[in-house]
Ligand binder design. Sequence first.
Ligand SMILES: [Fe+2]
Length: 283
Amino acid sequence: MTSPDQFGVFTTDQLDECVEFFRVHGFAVLRGLFPESGLCTVEAECAAAQQRLAAGELPDHYGTAILVDDQVDQPPLPNYVTYVTDLSPAVTAAVTHPVLADLVGRWLPDDHWLLEQQRFGVVYQDARPGPDSGYTRIGWHTDWQSGPHLDIWPAVAFTLHVDATSPANGFLRVVPGSHRWCTPAPFANANGAVVPDGAPPAGGHTGEAPPVQMPLGFDKVAGEVAVYCERGDTLFHDAYLWHAAARGTDDAALRRHVRGSFHSGAARLDGEHLDDFVKNAAR
Ligand SMILES: [Fe+2]
């Protein structure tokens, strides 16, 4: 019998169980893949990149506000560093780790690829809840809704946690099994926004309609669970999974992670950089 603190959490000697849990529930946490020494390097390199971006020492395309929800005016510290594999060898090593590649290879078709030099690439996210932050939470969405017109799905997202998550600093909310629902396609988590030309009306691993409508913003969904991670955990979630990030209650707390996604589909987005993504999103 799995204890509550082990629900959805797997160690590196439980990869088969991790794969199966993900298929059933649409998410899984892998614990123990990255040692503290490697994490320290990831943390240091990402923090340095963020400081360089804040100081204006990096080209503009390493920063973005388009991923920010609940944006405030001119936060002093950028919440995102995009294309972070260009700036951090430790992040590059982490996202190309053979165990991570093995798992993703079991969830996606053979021709899958890491979104790295396309759109916004691998992203370092500093989601601290305090007043110096422009990002504190994000409402219900599926990642597929950010580009339902693109042939880049199915996909698997990963989040490598620099900080453990809790009610104090914010955490991920998910609806287990919702990756199987065929969810309607509002664009980029902007409820009511225009669905891009060429997008199917709904997407998911089956044609089964969701039992409830996806709420606007942050309302409770029947069956949702909180996913709490420890420092060093890698959280995987399916691009069709309903998820939202809850705001932390402690403004002095930090919630930092590296996130990215592996995709399948014919469109590898060659040449589509963040600038194009912004233009398309603004339509
Ligand atoms: Fe997401």
